[in-house]
Design a binder for this molecule. Structure first.
Ligand SMILES: [Ca+2]
Length: 277
């Protein structure tokens, strides 16, 4: 999933808002992490704008997607401890569907660390929920700006409803991206992704990126190995990235849309971001 919407420029670096800095966790390689940012979605109503930025509009996300992203509480709201991103069959400008895309851009970004998102995916042909990251550099104007795919992209979870329970993770770069069909990607079946919550995780250091589902290693890539040359063109993952949660409809990958699936509800129990201790 790519997104080239431009917003105003503020680089927050790895500092940001923190709800809870007390919890510690231990991960697979026994590296210890400290929670530095989280949203447990405990307060009903609109998502907290101290934590989340909306990217709105119907530009198709560079993939010919069919939704119009809004800031309406119809399309994203918190209820009973969960964030709901809801796609609706509703006309908005030139689009036949509405949905939401929330990001931590200008709220929190991180270089290295660990991401954990507990989510239950929406079922149905035509949808395309995603948990992913882009670097601040895609939004910068002027000298620091990097266009996609040179900037890089980290896809922690992608699922298209037409392939039920097939979870994809990907790393995109100038040398490896889906336009050239050279992206670094991995997919596999995970049971009950649309009926149960699963934890989608990513561990990121200056040497590797590893993806986890329910704390089990799903895929790993190492800088400088297997063609991942260590320059920015091959491994653009040494700079601050922000997190994105969205529910796309249709498009080049989402495909044909079954209009009976709406309202289509992507539920997120929590987002937790950690730094290595
Ligand atoms: Ca929660």
């Amino acid at each position: 999933m790519k997104n080239i919407t431009l917003l105003s420029v503020i680089l927050l670096g790895i500092n940001g808002f923190s709800q809870n800095t007390k919890s510690n966790t231990t991960y697979s390689n026994s590296q210890k992490y400290q929670l530095v940012w989280s949203d447990e979605f405990n307060t009903d109503g609109m998502p907290n704008e101290k934590f989340w930025n909306y990217q709105t509009g119907g530009d198709g996300g560079g993939n010919n997607e069919k939704q119009f992203y809004t800031k309406s509480i119809e399309n994203s709201f918190i209820k009973d401890g969960k964030l709901h991103i809801v796609a609706l069959k509703k006309n908005m400008e030139n689009c036949n569907y509405t949905s939401a895309r929330l990001t931590t851009y200008e709220r929190f970004s991180m270089k290295y660390g660990k991401v954990e998102v507990m989510a239950k995916l929406p079922a149905g042909k035509g949808n395309w929920p995603a948990i992913w990251m882009l670097p601040n550099s895609i939004q910068e104007k002027g000298k620091e700006n990097e266009d996609w795919p040179l900037c890089g992209e980290i896809d922690i979870m992608e699922h298209v409803g037409k392939n039920q329970d097939q979870i994809h993770v990907s790393l995109h770069s100038e040398l490896y991206n889906h336009i050239k069909n050279t992206q670094v990607t991995h997919f596999d079946k995970i049971q009950n992704t649309t009926s149960e919550f699963h934890k989608y995780g990513m561990e990121w250091t200056d040497k590797f990126i590893k993806f986890y589902i329910d704390d089990k290693l799903f895929y790993e890539a190492f800088k400088g190995e297997n063609g991942h040359i260590s320059t920015n063109e091959g491994w653009p993952f040494d700079k601050p990235y922000y997190l994105i949660l969205n529910l796309a409809i249709g498009g080049n990958w989402g495909g044909e849309i079954d209009d009976s699936i709406f309202p289509n509800d992507f539920q997120i129990d929590y987002v937790r971001l950690y730094k290595a201790k």
